[in-house]
Design a protein around this ligand. Structure first.
Ligand SMILES: CC(C)(COP(=O)(O)OP(=O)(O)OC[C@H]1O[C@@H](n2cnc3c(N)ncnc32)[C@H](O)[C@@H]1OP(=O)(O)O)[C@@H](O)C(=O)NCCC(=O)NCCS
Length: 222
């Protein structure tokens, strides 16, 4: 299924921290159609599998979105509900169809039915020379953490962004102190470029954020 790239302005690092669950709560990312995206497909390196989330994943999404660390470090609505999880699955479909977001379920390749986490590229803007931009976001359920799966998933998604979408830059943003997220990003070539003081307040309390990014030539190959 081919998607289309919307003409939405870049909505990246200054608006989002991690996976943008608020995508599903508004029509902000359902921009007018533009150029066609590559065909949606699974990504794998044999250890981690990134696949399309389905309604069967709703309870796993609810579990992950309810985790305190995910609530602390992302914009997931809290409290979360099963209905929101089904809405998120629909939003993911729309994002691919409209070409504004590419979001995958993260699974152990040996257990492809169990969603362990979510990863995606948001705010995709393919305009510009030498290429477009987007923002990476991710979370992992506690059961999936510490197994190296997110580092692998971030690599696959970054490769997809650079090689298949032609992105020249992928933004990364995190709450200051989210060392696990920073490690995932830096191990894939992302560079932390600065700190914005009191820039974010997803739960009403202002805090500092790290901003960073990957240029296409930063991505480790081989
Ligand atoms: C950030 C997160 C996605 C990492 O997932 P994960 O499955 O643990 O990631 P991986 O196992 O692939 O890799 C984690 C790496 O960070 C390291 N790490 C974990 N906690 C760390 C910490 N507190 N400080 C420094 N490094 C840390 C691990 O040792 C591992 O590195 P290594 O393989 O070189 O030893 C997960 O902790 C999470 O979902 N957190 C809540 C949501 C979130 O913060 N999302 C990102 C928003 S920007």
């Amino acid at each position: 299924m081919a998607g289309r790239v919307g003409r939405a302005p870049h909505t990246g690092s200054l608006r989002a921290t991690g996976v943008r669950w608020d995508d599903g709560m508004s029509d902000a990312d359902t921009a007018p159609a533009g150029p066609v995206l590559p065909v949606r497909r699974d990504l794998t390196d044999g250890v981690v599998l990134l696949r399309e989330p389905t309604d069967d994943d709703a309870s796993a999404i609810l579990d992950g979105a309810s985790d305190p660390e995910t609530v602390r470090f992302t914009r997931v609505p809290s409290p979360y509900s099963l209905e929101m999880a089904h809405g998120f699955v629909r939003t993911i479909r729309t994002g691919w169809a409209e070409g504004t977001t590419c979001i995958w379920a993260i699974c152990d390749a040996a257990e492809p039915d169990e969603l362990l986490g979510v990863i995606g590229l948001h705010g995709i803007d393919l305009t510009g020379d030498p290429g477009g931009i987007a923002e990476i976001g991710y979370w992992m359920r506690p059961a999936g953490r510490g197994r190296g799966l997110m580092k692998r998933a971030a690599r696959l998604v970054s490769l997809f962004g650079v090689d298949e979408l032609g992105l020249t830059r992928i933004d990364w943003v995190a709450t200051v102190g989210n060392d696990a997220s920073r490690h995932v990003a830096e191990s894939n070539g992302y560079v932390v470029e600065g700190l914005l003081r009191r820039r974010d307040a997803p739960r009403g309390v202002r805090h500092d954020i790290w901003i960073g990014g990957l240029l296409s030539e930063d991505l480790p190959r081989g």
